[in-house]
Design a protein around this ligand. Structure first.
Ligand SMILES: [Zn+2]
Length: 108
């Protein structure tokens, strides 16, 4: 298999993959998959993979309560614009993966 290390979209693909796993975890209520997401995410950040604006999709949104793997929805006072998820969700993702904030359920 050929892997292009200069793949410009690699970061997006990575977080898209995290979202896919979260979607499967939510669908099957699979705790082991949630734990895998945390493990993979932490290792990725440690390796310098940066979060992207859609990088919070693997956890539940603190603003609109979208479930892991689901896109955010517009709620009063928090318009999405053309974003896929609320900035607060991405911020929460960064904080929980770096250990600054506790993991929200169902990730812990
Ligand atoms: Zn949201």
């Amino acid at each position: 298999m050929h892997i292009d290390v200069d793949e410009p979209d690699a970061r997006n693909l990575f977080w898209e993959g995290m979202r896919d796993v979260a979607d499967a975890a939510a669908r099957h209520q699979d705790q082991a998959l949630y734990q895998a997401i945390v493990k993979i995410g932490r290792a990725a950040l440690a390796q310098g993979v940066e979060l992207v604006p859609s990088g919070g999709l693997f956890l539940q949104c603190p603003i609109c309560d979208a479930l892991p793997g689901q896109l955010c929805i517009n709620v009063a006072g928090h318009p999405l614009g053309d974003r896929e998820c609320h900035p607060e969700r991405v911020e929460l993702a960064a904080k929980t993966l770096s250990g600054e904030a506790p993991l929200p359920p169902p990730l812990r």
